[in-house]
Design a protein around this ligand. Structure first.
Ligand code: CUA
Length: 168
């Protein structure tokens, strides 16, 4: 079969593009801080606030300086409403919803997850710049959707406090 030279070039270009995409998906899946928020950890949404995993939302700073942030996203607030995490350390977010689907987007960073009732959304990221970041809900969740936000403070010297993450 005779294939035109340009046709052949385009076919090879398409193969290369697909290979590049698959490689980048593979590398970010295996690498640090690049995983999709889909760990398929389930939770009973009607008992979210009494479940030990989510009963005390807030920031926990670990011995190695990394942090875990537990957040409840509900109509129409994030709890806690102010989150303080260390700069340049791994920060793992664990978020769930007791009511409807919400979004969790840390504006200007790669922190972004869909919060689905019945599931724990988890992702790990790192903030290289200290400062104040806006967290918004980016899934329409009802009449108060537009007022659903929180503040992330990336701090050089975070408070070591197992339970507190600031007032809701
Ligand atoms: Cu929660 Cu929109």
């Amino acid at each position: 079969m005779k294939i035109d030279l340009y046709e052949k070039l385009w076919m090879w270009a398409a193969v290369v593009i697909v290979a590049v995409f698959l490689t980048s998906i593979g590398l970010t899946t295996l690498g640090q801080a690049g995983q999709p928020p889909s760990h398929v950890e389930t939770i009973d949404p009607t008992a979210l606030r009494t479940d030990p995993r989510f009963a005390n939302p807030g920031v926990t700073i670990h011995h190695d300086g990394s942090a875990t942030v537990v957040i409840v996203a509900s109509m129409f607030a994030f709890q806690p409403g102010e989150i303080r995490v260390p700069v340049g350390r791994h920060v793992t977010f664990r978020i769930s919803s007791p009511d409807v689907i919400h979004g969790f987007q840390i504006v200007g960073t790669n922190g972004n997850a869909m919060i689905v009732p019945g599931y724990v959304s988890e992702f790990t990221t790192e903030f290289r710049r200290a400062g104040e970041y806006l967290i918004v809900c980016n899934e329409f969740c009802g009449l108060g959707h537009h007022v659903m936000y929180a503040t992330l403070i990336v701090d050089e010297h975070p408070r070591v406090d197992a339970a507190g993450g600031g007032a809701p």
